[in-house]
Design a protein around this ligand. Structure first.
Ligand code: NAD
Length: 280
């Protein structure tokens, strides 16, 4: 076996917001590399309350629920077909009690938790400050930032006891560059980068690596629901003049959580097609 094959054999990963898009691609890539993967999301296709739930979570959740763009159970089955263990669990990252219960259950049933991908995020509030909806400001902070905090705090005692672990926080170029009309989103994504560095410092003594991935424009179901003219303008700002694929993010994550990256911690890795480069 090539030493780059099955890099994550024997590891257990939890991915948040993994019902579609980048989270789903992450889950599949981690399993492909040998990990057992727990899929978590607020939207699970078999959930009979999903319509009511989606209403609670905002317009994007409602569209995805009503058009059946939720593949949590299906992803778990796809992973099982690869010969790995997997399960889809309904989990809202903002619900601290639920998060703690899920991590306790995963530890009991899977034996360890070696990898946490804090991917869950909100992408459906674009508005200039005068019209910023206060409730969405709070929601974005709760999901994108406090959600990552809740999951990190829940997994930390297990990783500390194991004396190993790897955590990835999903940032965004909106967090490094800012985003017009994205005050709440960019503030949370920027904060995740400093959260990553602090956790990297605290985790090093327990061999817990904490890194962030900084995606640019990624061709997901959620991205494609945005204004097409605006999306095209963003794509034209990348050096490659094209959007990235969810798998581009998943590949970077698979490397960062593997032993091949054991000396990397506290970084924010741009996977952005060069959108942040100076072009003219
Ligand atoms: N697509 C892009 O261009 C892009 C660029 C930069 C960063 N990102 C980040 O990547 C991540 C995934 O983005 P995506 O494009 O796949 O979008 P997406 O909307 O498809 O994925 C987000 C997932 O999070 C889930 N979620 C939302 N609120 C939740 C909550 N409270 N608890 C648990 N799960 C919740 C959603 O149901 C969804 O499955 C997000 O954090 C996003 O900010 C995406």
């Amino acid at each position: 076996m090539n030493s780059w094959d099955k890099l994550l054999l024997g590891k257990v990963a939890v991915v948040t917001g993994a019902s579609r898009g980048i989270g789903r691609a992450d889950a599949l890539a981690l399993a492909e590399a040998g990990a057992d993967v727990v899929i978590t999301d607020i939207l699970i296709e078999s959930d009979e309350n999903s319509e009511k739930e989606a209403e609670k979570y905002g317009p994007l959740a409602q569209v995805m629920q009503s058009t059946n763009v939720m593949y949590a159970n299906q992803t778990a089955r796809d992973i099982e077909k690869m010969g790995r263990r997997s399960v889809a669990i309904k989990m809202d990252v903002t619900n601290k009690k639920q998060v703690e219960e899920v991590f306790t259950k995963v530890k009991q049933e899977f034996g360890s938790i070696d990898i946490l991908i804090n991917n869950a995020g909100t992408l459906d509030h674009v508005s200039q400050i005068e019209n910023q909806n206060d409730a969405y400001w709070q929601r974005d902070l709760n999901v994108n930032l406090t959600g990552a905090y809740n999951c990190t705090k829940a997994v930390w005692p297990y990783m500390k006891k194991q004396n190993r672990g790897s955590i990835i926080n999903m940032s965004s170029v909106a967090g490094t560059l800012g985003g017009f009309g994205q005050a709440s989103y960019s503030a949370t994504k920027g904060a995740l980068l400093s959260f990553t560095k602090s956790m990297a410092l605290e985790g090093a003594r327990y061999n817990i690596n904490v890194n962030a991935v900084v995606p640019g424009i990624i061709d997901t179901e959620a991205f494609n629901l945005g204004n097409p003219n605006m999306n095209e303008r963003m794509i034209q700002r990348t050096a490659f003049k094209k959007a990235g694929k969810p798998e581009d993010i998943a590949n970077a994550i698979t490397f960062l959580v593997s032993d091949k990256a054991s000396y990397i911690t506290g970084v924010g890795l741009n996977v952005s097609g060069g959108i942040e480069l100076f072009t003219f």
